[in-house]
Design a protein around this ligand. Structure first.
Ligand SMILES: *Cc1c(COP(=O)(O)O)cnc(C)c1O
Length: 413
């Protein structure tokens, strides 16, 4: 049975192919598998990371800084490479902070956000001089205590839970009750306390959502974020020096997703910066923080076919990887309706014929499906099935210990 080819995914279309092979970082994927020495593995392309940051820079208004949110992909080599390209890092744990501080990026360009920072983490953060993005009043008090104990005046910003909600985001943050940040209506009181404790508060961090593909919604969120920050700073007489406007730029995962119109986002941001922010605070340091958008499309997860079988009319490819490494592709990381990530057989990129096949992993659970009923060339044992969009929230966002298989290598090519 021959299947219709699926329309080429916009990200997959940007990968080069040589003979029948997918090139990752310029290397044919079969050769890359030999170089890595085992399958499955994750590979991230240095060239794609560089190009992506360049593309974002082209569209960001002059003077707006670009941070990388390390949790999207904390592989040290990736973070090191990005340190040569971005202005700073956003981290959310002591270990991420360490990875960021191991790069040449100065501590003053690292922001540490996230609820429930431990006293140990707070002490490390104060000692290293990163900006601590305060998530609660108790946390602010602990930061002040760590500062007195160390004889250092801590650098802080207030993470604000905005009073608006952003539609069309994969993950909605803000608007209602949530565990992140301080409700905007409580910020004035907290700023008074912070001042009385002698903390050096530079401004605000407002992150309103993630994985958004709609430029007009992002522009609207940026405008409302800026308006909220200016209102809070003016009401408190805070000389605003730092404003992290969040990001939330999405990438196309599924067949019908269209890439974000970055030039529209950049134009909208330029207006917001000029009209709302610089008009009042001409010298404030403005930061956009992106995780997924910088790294997601630069990575692939490469697996090898171990077995092939048919069950009551359905063809299965059993590969040596699975949801324990790439949970998101199995649909179990926050998807409501399971949809397929783009996949290909990396050594059969110009197939003569296609058939519908389901790619499953090695875990003893029906949840371990990497691609459900997709058009792929008839694959053999030993072929390489490649899952795209694996550069962000891959290995470190997956239950790697589940079923006790070895941890896969990661390489930067
Ligand atoms: C996770 C996170 C990000 C990165 O989000 P992406 O969707 O990967 O761009 C940025 N800022 C904060 C505060 C986060 O928690």
């Amino acid at each position: 049975m021959t299947a219709e080819p699926a329309p080429t995914h916009p990200t997959v279309a940007t990968f080069r192919v040589e003979d029948d092979s997918l090139l990752v970082g310029g290397v044919p994927v079969e050769l890359l598998a030999e170089r890595v020495g085992s399958t499955p593995f994750f590979a991230y392309s240095r060239e794609r990371l560089t190009a992506r940051v360049g593309h974002v820079r082209e569209h960001l208004p002059a003077g707006v800084e670009l941070n990388y949110a390390v949790k999207a992909n904390p592989m040290p080599a990736v973070v090191q490479h990005l340190s040569t390209l971005v202005d700073g890092f956003d981290v959310a744990s002591a270990r991420e902070m360490q990875v960021a501080l191991d790069t040449p990026t100065p501590a003053a360009r690292v922001g540490f956000a996230g609820p429930g920072k431990s006293i140990g983490e707070i002490t490390q953060a104060v000692a290293s001089g990163v900006t601590i993005e305060l998530e609660s009043e108790l946390e602010a008090e602990r930061v002040a205590e760590a500062g007195s104990a160390l004889g250092i005046r801590p650098k802080v910003a207030v993470r604000v839970n905005p009073d608006f909600r952003v539609k069309g985001s994969g993950m909605r943050l803000g608007g209602g009750p949530q565990q992140f940040g301080v409700d905007s209506e409580n910020v004035p009181m907290l700023l008074k306390r912070i001042a009385s404790w002698g903390l050096d508060c530079a401004g605000f961090h407002i992150f309103a959502g993630s994985q958004n593909l709609h430029a007009e919604i992002l522009c609207d969120a940026q405008r409302r974020t800026a308006e909220l920050a200016v209102r809070l700073a003016e009401d408190a007489d805070l000389p605003l020096r730092y404003l992290n406007l969040g990001g939330g730029f999405g990438i196309p995962y599924f067949e019908r997703d269209r890439p974000l119109d970055l030039s529209q986002v950049g134009q909208g941001l330029d207006e917001v910066v000029r009209e709302v922010i610089r008009a009042v605070y001409p010298d404030v340091r403005l930061v956009i923080e992106l995780g997924r958008y910088l790294v997601g499309e630069a990575g692939v997860y490469v697996t090898r076919v171990l077995d092939r079988k048919s069950s009551r009319g359905q063809h299965y490819l059993v590969v040596d990887g699975g949801m324990h490494h790439q949970l998101a592709a199995s649909g179990n990381l926050g998807q409501v309706i399971r949809r397929n990530y783009p996949v290909a057989v990396g050594n059969r990129m110009r197939p003569a014929d296609l058939r519908r096949q389901t790619v499953v992993g090695r875990l003893c659970t029906p949840l371990d499906v990497l691609a459900d009923d997709v058009a792929l060339p008839p694959a053999d044992v030993g072929d390489l099935v490649v899952v795209f969009q694996a550069g962000a929230y891959g290995l470190t966002a997956s239950p790697a210990e589940f079923l006790s298989h070895p941890r896969p290598p990661e390489v930067l090519v």
